[in-house]
Design a protein around this ligand. Structure first.
Ligand code: SF4
Ligand SMILES: [Zn+2]
Length: 269
């Protein structure tokens, strides 16, 4: 099946309306660029946001690619400068966290929590109805397997092509239009469409466990990977979303599972 058809089917499944305002989290990579390209061509109301993590030259290259993409697609771009907004680069923030109480936490785990927090907050300011990210089938299969290996498949419960959290005005639902599409197909498509994309990996992506799972997944066939996601869909219908009670972080006021949200817990030092 064609990549466009699969993405359209996913958007239909999650009932995305053309009246909704969507913010696409752009990273400069192939996945988020293809996400924006498809949504725009399907006629959705989208804007882009780029979180400039200030990871040296890499972030500069990504910002350049994102600016070009938004120009080409004629979409408005918001740039969130982490240094200006939070006072330091992601590398600095992360090192400070890892040398304090966040010892042993992986780079991407810290960066992921901070980025999610920023995205939700900025999307609210921009009055968005949905946040679209570029997660693909390979990413999702990796996470699902990692949660199984950790013995916590319920951690995948509120994941999926759309987040399954209880509706709340402080939480903008996240959608993943490429949820059922393999990474290699996205790579080919981005090249075919000649999208301005940075193909090199983020220099901070050093999560040995995820890399190990990724290597294992890459030994599997397309069918096997698709079956993992099929299983995810079946099992996620049965697993209840954990700790579904809505709380608000005592420090930042954002939606949180505990009294203090993950981002503030990390930043407490
Ligand atoms: S690869 Fe990891 S460290 Fe780099 S931007 Fe993504 S989450 Fe952050
Ligand atoms: Zn908080």
């Amino acid at each position: 099946m064609k990549l466009e058809t699969k993405a359209k089917q996913t958007l239909k499944k999650i009932k995305l309306s053309k009246k909704e305002k969507i913010i696409v989290a752009l990273s400069g990579g192939k996945d988020s660029s293809v996400t924006a390209y498809l949504l725009k061509n399907f006629g959705y109301d989208i804007k882009g946001i780029y979180i400039d993590l200030k990871i040296g030259e890499y972030s500069e290259k990504c910002l350049k690619a994102v600016k070009k993409l938004c120009e080409d697609l004629d979409i408005k771009l918001y740039v969130y400068d982490i240094k200006k907004e939070m006072g330091s680069s992601m590398c600095y923030l992360r090192t400070a966290i890892q040398s304090g109480h966040g010892k042993g936490l992986k780079n991407c785990a810290i960066c992921g929590v901070v980025k999610k927090w920023i995205l939700n907050r900025e999307a609210k300011k921009l009055k968005a109805d949905k946040i679209a990210t570029g997660h693909n089938l390979d990413d999702e299969a990796q996470t699902f397997l990692m949660n199984i290996f950790k013995g916590s498949p319920q951690l995948s419960a509120n994941s999926g092509a759309i987040t399954k959290n209880t509706p709340n005005k402080k939480f903008i639902p996240r959608i993943k239009p490429l949820f059922y599409i393999l990474e290699e197909d996205i790579r080919k498509y981005s090249k075919l469409m000649k999208l301005p994309v940075v193909y090199e990996k983020c220099p901070c992506a050093i999560d040995s466990y995820r890399i190990q799972v990724r290597k294992f997944l890459n030994t599997l066939s397309r069918k096997d990977k698709e079956n993992i996601i099929k299983n995810f869909d079946i099992s996620s219908k049965k697993v209840k979303v954990i700790n579904d009670k809505i709380k608000y972080c005592e420090i930042c006021g954002e939606v949180s599972r505990k009294n203090i949200c993950k981002k503030c817990e990390l930043m407490m030092g």
